[in-house]
Design a protein. Structure first.
Lengths: 394, 264, 91
């Protein structure tokens, strides 16, 4: 995102376990609603934990004609509908050849791959089963003829996608970009995290001394990105900066010192031209695993210095579950809504802060305050660290 | 965009087929790189994709004349590009072959993680999924990081393996084409003096089934390095779209355009 | 089950679940330490210990309480086989 051009987040669209449009999502965050339930769509009876943020019924789209059966694709289309769909893009007046699509995902089309291996041999399945399948399907649904990219930096994917979308605009390779992230719940990922003993039988409790693991969720989150000079008065906020780094530590466990994430945060602040003292809200990765939360605390201390103990910090994975590829995009949208509404959602499930996570944690009730500059952090398998800096619409 | 210079390109591909192999029967023919052997407990859990990635980096280090820790630190960026390299580990897990220790390796991120851990790369980081256009975007991303000073050197790493999924791949000849060639490639880029432009023309792409999937442009680049000239144009077509990279001054040192290639 | 039989099962797990080379596992003795960072150990990290714990539960039909400090139990093949023996005896 180098260069002076400001990138505006004009609109957002979501489909989540706690609501299928932006207003419902925001209300649920403020009230601390839970979207966690026993998973019904596929068999989980042989797993230690069979709960997650499952979207029981995709209610928004009535007519799926022309949209593949692939669940990941349908999550993206549902979020795109909330974004305003083809109608909204038409209103913005974008030439399809100049409309880009960038999506982030941890699982890609693996859910389709499960079905292909289970014996469903329809040719369609392979095309949708590759990681870039759902993203391509979304582009086709939007009628986008510009660059179409899929990124997969594990749980940081939703941030990487926004950054790459902003780059396309600054480089003049697109005039509008639909960017965001998605992931469906499926047996593959439930079995995997269950085998890692990473799932909690309790609630998800980020930064709580009783935290015992994460729960997974599904959903899709998309934003419409425009250059500031092309964006009308209707704006959600601004994308100020992005940073990424490899931890170079371990394939699945985070670096307890959080050095990679600290590097990503510093790079994002540098690109945004923002000092640590100007950050008004940190949206933490906050998965609620024993290892993540203290490592993230260390990363914030390394990167923000004394400010780390004074800036409000929240985490929203507890009510949705960890939505993997969508997570960082949900968190970015939450930051901008907090700036717009002047209130910070609480961290659901946090009741007894761990002394090792000595941050100004927001929990118990929403906190009044208008965060003008927000920092959103993400960490994925393989040490993929990412940080986004977002600003109010102003 | 400032065009980077090529410091090295490590490339692993199987030997060329003989005439008898060029057939058009049902299913898809895969030319594989075979199992990778690597002594030491450090690699005990690594999957074939990860081991190939490490070998490709080693090839690039050899050409660049750098020691094993010559890339270490936060000034080296890494972009990993692939369309299918995670599929082998995913399919193995889906078929019930592995437990918890296998699962993290099903993420595409596990392959660059193997490389980042092995060579202690701690700089900016990206992963692009898709066919040949993903590699072109990867080169473009590398150029952007070099231009903005986010890194002094960037690796564009591509791995494609197909042997483990050949039965699945064979079901979709339209997407896959008649033949696939496993490949691992590592391009090392440093600041240069040329220009780089990437576009996605709206016109229909040329009809072509890329055998090396995301590694296709890197294989093409290796071929171009062996020839005369300093400028390259690389194409990538995938799923009905295509991208075109015009890169002047890519081959800035005619006498040193040797790719470290291993015929495995 | 005897401790020796348990030990042999653990060595099988090293190969089948943790992907150790069979010769490496065969060469291991009861005194062979497990965790990374200990001189001469098999070098297991956190991911390996999760897998070993799950495999041990499944193979021996025991439950390992992972909220407890298991460092001592998982220190060596000898300590782990004694730990399993104790669980089986208590069952």
């Amino acid at each position: 995102m180098a260069g002076p051009e400001r990138i505006v987040v004009a609109r957002a669209g979501v489909v989540t376990p706690v609501g299928q449009d932006l207003d419902a999502f925001w209300s649920a965050l403020l009230t601390g609603a839970s979207g966690i339930s026993t998973i019904e769509r596929f068999f989980v009876g042989d797993l230690r934990v069979g709960r997650g943020g499952e979207i029981k019924k995709l209610a928004r789209v009535r007519d799926w004609t022309g949209v593949p059966e692939c669940r990941a694709t349908r999550l993206l289309v549902a979020a795109a509908e909330d974004l305003g769909g083809r109608r909204e893009l038409g209103a913005v007046g974008v030439d399809p050849a100049r409309l880009g699509v960038v999506v982030g995902t941890a699982l890609g089309g693996v859910e389709e791959g499960e079905r292909a291996l289970a014996g469903d041999g329809r040719r369609r399945r392979l095309r949708d089963a590759l990681y870039d399948g759902p993203g391509e399907n979304l582009a086709r649904w939007l009628g986008a003829r510009g660059p179409v990219l899929t990124v997969s930096t594990a749980c940081a994917s939703g941030a990487t996608a926004l950054a790459l979308g902003a780059d396309l605009l600054r480089q003049g390779r697109a005039d509008a970009v639909v960017a965001g992230g998605y992931d469906p719940l499926c047996r593959f990922v439930m079995r995997g995290f269950d085998a890692l003993r990473a799932l909690t039988r309790d609630e998800v409790r980020p930064f709580d001394r009783r935290r015992a693991g994460l729960l997974l969720g599904e959903g899709a989150a998309l934003v419409l990105l425009l250059r500031a000079r092309d964006a009308g008065p209707r704006r959600l906020g601004v994308l100020l900066g992005y940073g990424s780094a490899s931890e170079a530590h371990h394939v699945s466990a985070p670096d307890p010192e959080g050095r990679g994430l600290a590097r990503a945060i510093r790079a994002a602040l540098r690109q945004a031209g923002v000092a640590a003292d100007e950050v008004d809200l940190v949206s933490a990765h906050g998965t609620g695993t024993p290892q993540n939360d203290p490592a993230e605390t260390r990363a914030l201390r390394h990167a923000l210095g004394p400010r780390a103990g004074r800036v409000p910090v929240n985490a929203i994975k507890s009510g949705l579950g960890h939505t993997m590829g969508a997570a960082a995009t949900f968190e970015a949208i939450m930051c901008l809504l907090a700036a717009r509404h002047g209130v910070i959602p609480p961290t659901r499930g946090l009741e007894e802060p761990d002394p090792a996570c000595d941050l100004d944690l927001v929990y118990g009730a929403p906190r009044t305050g208008r965060p003008r500059v927000c920092l959103s952090t993400s960490l994925g398998f393989g040490g993929a660290s990412a940080a986004l800096v977002l600003g109010e619409a102003g | 965009m400032r065009g980077p210079s090529i410091r090295a390109l490590g490339l692993l591909t199987p030997p060329a087929p003989d005439a008898a192999e060029a057939g058009s029967g049902p299913g898809v023919r895969v030319r594989g790189l075979g199992p990778r052997q690597r002594a030491g407990d450090r690699y005990r859990r690594a999957r074939r994709e990860g081991l190939l990635a490490i070998e490709a980096v080693e090839g690039a280090l050899a050409e660049a004349g750098l020691p094993r820790d010559g890339l270490a630190g936060p000034a080296t960026g890494l972009v990993y590009v692939t369309a299918g390299a995670y599929a082998a580990s995913n399919v193995a897990f889906l078929r019930g072959a592995g437990g918890g220790i296998h699962f993290p390796y099903t993420a595409p991120a596990a392959v660059p993680a193997e490389v980042a851990i092995e060579f202690r790369l701690a700089g900016p980081y990206g992963i692009m999924i898709g066919g040949p256009p993903a590699a072109l975007e990867g080169i473009h991303q590398a150029a952007a990081w070099l231009e903005e000073g986010a890194a002094d050197r960037v690796l564009v790493l591509g791995v494609e393996v197909f042997e483990e999924c050949v039965d699945l791949l064979g079901r979709s000849r339209r997407l896959v084409g008649p033949a696939l060639v496993e490949t691992a490639a590592c391009l090392v880029l440093e600041p240069g003096r040329g220009r780089l432009t990437l576009e996605w023309p709206a016109s229909p792409p040329p009809r072509h089934a890329p055998r090396h999937w995301a590694c296709e442009p890197l294989v093409a680049l290796a071929g171009l390095r062996a020839g005369p000239g300093t400028d390259v144009v690389l194409h990538g077509a995938w799923r009905g779209r295509h991208a075109r990279l015009v890169w002047t001054g890519a081959l800035g040192r005619p006498e040193a355009n040797r790719t470290s290639g291993a015929i495995a | 089950m005897t401790q020796k039989e348990i030990l042999d099962e653990l060595k099988t797990m090293l190969v089948e679940r943790l992907r150790f080379d069979p010769r490496r596992a065969a060469d291991a003795t009861p005194e062979t330490t497990l965790p990374k960072g200990v001189e001469g150990s098999l070098g297991l990290d956190s991911l390996d210990f999760i897998e070993l714990s799950v495999a041990t539960e499944e193979r021996f039909g025991i439950v390992i309480d992972d909220t407890q400090d298991l460092g001592a139990a998982f220190h060596s093949l000898d300590s782990l086989s004694r730990f399993v023996l104790g669980k089986l005896g208590a069952a």
